[in-house]
Ligand binder design. Structure first.
Ligand code: NDP
Ligand code: GDR
Length: 335
């Protein structure tokens, strides 16, 4: 019997949290996995590629700049992927208040160049765009679903709403098999240190180990709908396995406050959060949304997607991973 040719997948943002879980999942499914990385990542793989270090020998990495249409087009044309997951983005919402221009340029041009390169260079390739619950912004209904109007309240939210519209338009105007995942917050031990959950888990571990004493946070009353990244990348893949492209909300349907995340994390190591958490106004945002809660009924019905890891397990996993990491003093190893 001739050997079946494996499907090819291309991931932008493969060095990030979601990119690393998605790459693992696709390798497990037998895909030939390609990833776009920045040139600096190749120069400094220990710091910049730590999340994919354990599977690096099974990946095909290419340097391609998200800001350069010719570089994206040429590489996509050469690879001829069957599926493309566009995850690369300036993803920190707070940063988008400090520098709107970088966020808008990277996120809006990035998706535009990728869509155009796929359409011109590999038109049969299926395309996934990482949209975000931040497009809902000042919400008019709770929970939100695929029919909720957009009202983004940050340059980041605006960039993701533009990316969503652009992706939809490539689907409707040019017939590209293009889908958007409107994903709510998803976390893991691989989450970047600047995001609140990882900030909490890393500080809790270091406080427990006696290395520091205080955790400074902003708005403790903000609510988020937090899931586990490994569950959410499965939803991305499921979207591209459908005959018809479409857009889906992916969420747990439950919210917790930042304070509840703290309580659960400190409880896990037998400490009282009130003795260590201090409020610092620097971490408040100019326009904050409080009730982002998603309704993933459509994804459950059409894709058969289910969340596997719940809130308590997520918090425990993150704290345990950071305890291990900081007790080894191995600060370079974030996986
Ligand atoms: P990360 O911040 O962990 O990863 C972002 C990735 O994008 C990294 O690989 C980063 O590369 C790459 N990147 C950033 N800027 C550029 C650039 N200018 N050129 C090329 N690559 C760039 O994000 P996540 O993995 O958490 O998120 C993946 C996607 O999903 C993002 O688009 C995010 O906006 C979106 N999203 C995430 C959610 C979440 O809760 N995690 C929820 C909803 C949407 P490098 O490592 O070199 O910096
Ligand atoms: P978010 O994630 O902005 O929702 O974007 P983040 O973890 O940064 O903030 C969540 C909530 O926590 C509050 N908060 C703090 N946040 C940070 N980072 N640091 C603090 O000290 C702090 N104190 C309180 C914030 O105000 C906010 O309410 C994430 C990203 O992954 C986006 O890319 C993605 O699109 C959305 O989730 C869905």
């Amino acid at each position: 019997m001739p050997k079946k040719t494996p499907k090819k997948a291309l991931i932008t943002g493969i060095t990030g949290q979601d990119g690393s879980y998605l790459a693992e999942w696709l390798v497990e499914q037998g895909y030939e996995v390609h990833g776009f990385v920045r040139r600096v990542a190749i120069e400094d793989p220990d710091t910049r590629m730590h999340r994919i270090r354990h599977i690096a020998d099974r990946l095909h990495l290419h340097t391609a700049s998200l800001g350069s249409y010719p570089s994206l087009y040429k590489t996509i044309h050469r690879i001829q992927p069957d599926e493309c997951y566009h995850l690369a983005a300036e993803s920190f919402v707070s940063y988008s208040f400090e520098d709107e221009f970088t966020t808008i340029n990277t996120n809006v041009n990035g998706v535009h160049y990728m869509l155009s390169s796929v359409l011109e260079g590999a038109p049969d390739c299926r395309f996934y765009f990482a949209a975000s619950s931040e497009i809902f912004g000042r919400v008019t209904q709770v929970p939100q679903d695929e029919t909720t109007p957009f009202h983004p309240r940050s340059a980041y939210g605006i960039s993701k709403s533009a990316g969503y519209e652009m992706t939809r338009n490539y689907r409707e105007a040019y017939g590209l098999h293009a889908s958007c995942g409107i994903l709510y917050n998803h976390e893991s031990p691989r989450r970047g240190m600047e995001f609140v959950t990882r900030k909490i888990s890393s500080h809790v571990a270091r406080i427990k180990l006696g290395q520091i004493d205080t955790l400074q946070l902003g708005n403790l009353h903000a609510h988020r709908d937090w899931g586990h990244a490994s569950d959410y990348v499965r939803a991305m893949w499921l979207m591209l396995q459908q005959d018809t492209p479409d857009d889906y909300v992916i969420a747990t349907g439950q919210t917790h406050t930042v304070q509840a995340f703290c309580e659960t994390a400190f409880d896990h190591v037998g400490l009282d959060w009130r003795e260590h958490v201090k409020i610092d106004s620097r971490f408040y945002r100019p326009a904050e949304e409080h009730v982002l809660r998603g309704d993933a009924s459509k994804a459950k019905r059409v894709l058969g997607w289910e969340q596997r890891i719940g809130f308590d397990e997520l918090v425990r996993e993150m704290v345990e991973a950071d305890l291990k990491r900081y007790s080894r003093h191995d600060v370079a190893a974030a996986v």
